[in-house]
Design a protein around this ligand. Structure first.
Ligand SMILES: O=C(CNCCc1c[nH]c2ccccc12)Nc1scc(-c2ccccc2)c1C(=O)NCc1ccccc1
Length: 330
């Protein structure tokens, strides 16, 4: 089987949401497909009403195919301080017409304030490796790992767009979705991430060969890169500064900023300046927040949506012992 689903951007492309059908009769929730984590968790009838603010709720009691999984709990926290936790049921989960009848659905009994405040985000669908799923005592398998044996190819692809709906495809590669050749690089999934080595970068027309490790992460908005790269980039932006109060590099919204190019395998992906003038950072609309920020204290770089939406990316589980990432221009 194979399927194709739309990835609809929230304001400022902070995240992309994709409709998912859960249960019988189907309950549709809009989830953030996240290649940087491995839990499928949802707002639900179990989420305290004071933590719900317009989100669609999954109610297992209204689904004839839901089954409680006794004794299992989950709890996840992210680098921005957000978190959620709860219990586990299994139910039918359909994405882009591809179903799995007994998918672990992690039902939120607690969500942090940033999730509560985000009325369009009904939960996350993890697409990293199942080894970092947080369910205890029995780790659960991601939806992709569950459906993979039934897919024509053991792959899924991301084609995110700037301020426009993009596409996630499962089980096939759409040859019309990219230009030139797809360049594949090996993935080190020992930490559970889609981790790969980038081979260099360019700012404007200065190219620097530099090997650095990063993860392909659809669930993180920004590109969080080595400080050396970030410093070199904002040196080219008049009036740019690191604002601790705003939490990152900002610059005058009318500043002329350069494109940023990253090299991976044999391809160079150009991130246009417009993707990097990320969002207004203050009410006056004078300062804008940069889409490139430092990866300080993370231990690796994060190629989030700002970087990924400039590329067509193939997440290829392929021969299990050697997963790989394919990168192409588009
Ligand atoms: O967690 C994910 C992917 N799911 C994000 C889900 C999510 C988290 N808030 C959300 C809000 C809305 C929608 C989805 C999410 N990626 C990774 S790998 C390493 C780190 C990390 C570890 C330590 C320090 C920093 C990063 C993160 C990270 O925390 N990213 C989020 C973030 C967000 C803001 C700033 C930095 C990192």
């Amino acid at each position: 089987s194979h399927g194709s689903a739309e990835a609809v951007p929230e304001k400022d492309d902070i995240q992309y949401l994709t409709p998912v059908q859960i249960g019988t009769p189907p309950q549709t929730l809009n989830l953030d497909f996240d290649s940087g984590s491995s839990d499928l968790w949802v707002f639900s009838s179990e989420t305290p009403s004071r933590q719900v603010n317009g989100q669609a709720l999954y109610d297992p009691s209204k689904s004839s195919t839901s089954k409680k999984v006794d004794g299992q709990t989950w709890s996840i926290s992210y680098g921005d301080g957000s978190a959620s936790s709860g219990i586990v049921v299994t139910d039918n989960v359909e994405v882009a017409g591809v179903s799995f009848p007994s998918q672990a659905v992690e039902v939120a009994q607690k969500v942090s304030s940033s999730f509560s405040a985000d009325e369009n985000n009904d939960g996350l669908l993890g697409l990293a490796f199942s080894k970092i799923n947080t369910v205890k005592p029995t780790r659960q398998t991601t939806w992709f790992d569950n459906v993979m044996p039934n897919l024509e190819k053991p792959v899924w692809t991301s084609d995110l767009k700037n301020d426009a709906p993009g596409t996630y495809n499962f089980g096939y590669i759409d040859e019309e979705a990219y230009t030139g050749e797809i360049s594949y690089v090996p993935v080190d999934n020992s930490q559970g991430f889609w981790s790969f080595e980038a081979s260099g970068y360019s700012i404007g027309n200065v190219t620097v060969p530099m090997k650095f490790q990063g993860i392909a992460d659809t669930g993180t908005s920004l590109a969080m890169l080595p400080q050396e790269i970030v410093t070199a980039y904002y040196k080219q932006v008049p009036g740019a500064s690191m604002s601790y109060s705003l939490g990152g590099y900002v610059f005058p919204c009318n500043a002329k900023i350069p494109d940023f190019t990253y090299m991976v395998g044999d391809v160079s992906i150009v991130v246009p300046a417009s993707f990097i003038n990320y969002a207004e950072a203050d009410e006056a609309g004078k300062k804008c927040f940069g889409g490139i920020q430092p990866d300080t204290d993370i231990g690796f770089s994060i190629f989030g949506d700002v970087a990924l939406k400039a590329a067509f990316v193939v997440f290829d589980v392929g021969t299990q012992d050697q997963p790989r990432l394919g990168w192409a221009k588009k």
